[in-house]
Write a protein that binds this ligand. Structure first.
Ligand code: NAD
Ligand code: WQD
Length: 337
C-alpha cells in the first residue's frame, strides 16, 4: 500500500511518514519546501532505515501530480500541504486561499483522474470558531474567524459536496487541536521560520536562549489561572491518528470529521511549568495584552475517533515537554543547526 503525503517534509507530515512506514506502508512525499527543509526527510530516512521517494514540487502543479500518480501506484493520500499561520493569513489572505484551496482542488481533480478516492485531510479545531461550549464535538456548528480557518472550513465544505456527488469517496477530515512535542529520537521536530507564533516553540526557543522571555498573552481569562487553556496533543499521537485514519479510509467510504485531541485542557502557565520541570530550565515570562481573537478555553471531545478509528492519545503533557526539549536542545537552530 502506497500513501502519497503532501507536505510530508513539514512538522506533522514528517512524524506521520515515520509512523506510516513503521506500520508497513510505503510513502511518497510531495513538498515544495516552502516551510520546511529536505533535511527533515533525510532524518525520517535515518529513523526508518529506508529511502523516502520525494518530489520537490508544488501541489498546485497538476503536471507534477500526474507524474507522481503515473510513476507510483498510490492507494490513498494524506493532504498536509498548506499555509498555517493565523496572523499572516489576515495580512495575505489571497495567498492563503490560493495555496490552500487551489492545492486541494487540483489534488482532488488528479485523484479522480487516477481513480484514487481515499483522502485524509488536515483540518483544524479552528473550524469551530469561537464556540463557548466545551468540549467541542464534531457535529457542533462551524464558524471560522480568520482567513486561515476559513480555508479549512471551505475545504471541508468542498469535501462534503464531493461526497454528496459521489459516495465512492472516502474522506477523513481530521480536526487537530494543538500539536506539540517531537519524535522520541530528538532528530525531527517543529522548526518554525522566524519568531514562533505558537506557544510551545516559543517556550523552547526561550529555553535555548534564542528568545529572552515568554510573553503570556493575557492573565484575565476565565480559566484556572487566568491564562488561555488549550488541548495540547503529542505530534506522535497525532501521527498515529493518521495511521488509523488511513486504515479507515482504505476500508470504508464516507465523509467524516474526527477531532484529534486529548480531551484535556492545559493553561499557558501550566505548560510553562511542565516545560521547566522537564528541562530544568527556568522560563522567564511577562504578562502581555491578550492576542486578538484568542478564545479562553478550547478542548476536544475525542470520543468519536476512539469509537470509529480505535485511536486515543497516549502521551501526557510531561512527555510532550520532555520530547520537545530533547529536539530543541539537540537542534537549537532546528534543521539549520
Ligand atoms: P508545516 O508548515 O510544518 O507543514 C506543511 C508542509 O506543506 C510544509 O513542509 C510546506 O513546505 C508544505 N507546503 C505548503 N504549501 C505547499 C504547496 N502548495 N505544495 C507543496 N507543499 C506545500 O505545518 P504542519 O504544522 O505540519 O501542518 C500540517 C497541516 O496541518 C497544515 O495543513 C496545517 O494547516 C494543519 N494544521 C496544523 C496545526 C498546527 O498547529 N501545527 C493545527 C491544525 C492543523
Ligand atoms: C496557545 C495559547 C495563546 C504564544 C493555533 C491556531 C490554530 C491551530 C493551532 C492550525 C493561547 C498563548 C501563545 C505566545 C502565549 N493551528 N500564547 N504566548 O492559538 O490555540 O492555535 O495553533 O490550525 O488554528 O490558531 O495556539 O500555540 O498560538 O496559543 O501566551 O507567545 O498560548 O494566547 O492561549 P492557538 P498557540
Amino acid at each position: 500500500m502506497a500513501i502519497l503525503i503532501t507536505g510530508g517534509a513539514g512538522y506533522i507530515g514528517s512524524h506521520t511518514c515515520v509512523r506510516l512506514i513503521e506500520s508497513g506502508y510505503d510513502v511518497v512525499v510531495i513538498d515544495n519546501l516552502d516551510n520546511s527543509s529536505a533535511e527533515s526527510l533525510r532524518r525520517v530516512e535515518a529513523i526508518v532505515g529506508k529511502k523516502v521517494p520525494f518530489y520537490q514540487n508544488d501541489v498546485r502543479d497538476k503536471d507534477a501530480l500526474r507524474r507522481i500518480f503515473t510513476e507510483n501506484r498510490i492507494d490513498a493520500v494524506i493532504h498536509f500541504a498548506g499555509l498555517k499561520a493565523v496572523g499572516e493569513s489576515a495580512k495575505i489572505p489571497v495567498a492563503y486561499y490560493d495555496n490552500n484551496l487551489i492545492s486541494t482542488l487540483y489534488l482532488l481533480e488528479v485523484m479522480a483522474e487516477f481513480d484514487v478516492k481515499r483522502l485524509v485531510f488536515s483540518s483544524s479545531a479552528t473550524v469551530y470558531g469561537l464556540s463557548k461550549t466545551m468540549p467541542l464535538v464534531e457535529d457542533m456548528p462551524l464558524g471560522a474567524i480568520n482567513p486561515y480557518g476559513r480555508t479549512k472550513y471551505f475545504i471541508e465544505e468542498m469535501l462534503r459536496d464531493l461526497y454528496a456527488s459521489d459516495d465512492g469517496w472516502s474522506l477523513a477530515l481530521l480536526r487537530y487541536f494543538n500539536p506539540i512535542g517531537a519524535h522520541e529520537s530528538g532528530t525531527i521536530g517543529e522548526n518554525p521560520r522566524g519568531i514562533p507564533n505558537n506557544l510551545m516553540p516559543y517556550i523552547s526557543q526561550v529555553a535555548v536562549g534564542r528568545l529572552p522571555h515568554l510573553n503570556v498573552y493575557g492573565n484575565d481569562y476565565d480559566t484556572v489561572d487566568g491564562t488561555g487553556v488549550r488541548d495540547y496533543i503529542h505530534v506522535v499521537d497525532l501521527a498515529e491518528g493518521h495511521v488509523k485514519a488511513v486504515a479507515w479510509a482504505l476500508e470504508h467510504t464516507g465523509c467524516e470529521p474526527f477531532n484529534l485531541g486529548t480531551g484535556k485542557g492545559c493553561s499557558v502557565l501550566q505548560l510553562k511549568d511542565a516545560f521547566e520541570q522537564a528541562s530544568g530550565v527556568k522560563i522567564p515570562y511577562v504578562i502581555a495584552p491578550r492576542r486578538p481573537g484568542d478564545p479562553d478555553t478550547v478542548y476536544a471531545d475525542a470520543s468519536k475517533a476512539k469509537a470509529v478509528l480505535g485511536w486515543e492519545a497516549q502521551r501526557d503533557i510531561a512527555q510532550m515537554c520532555v520530547d520537545t526539549w530533547r529536539w530543541q536542545k539537540n537542534n537549537p537552530n532546528g534543521f539549520e543547526s
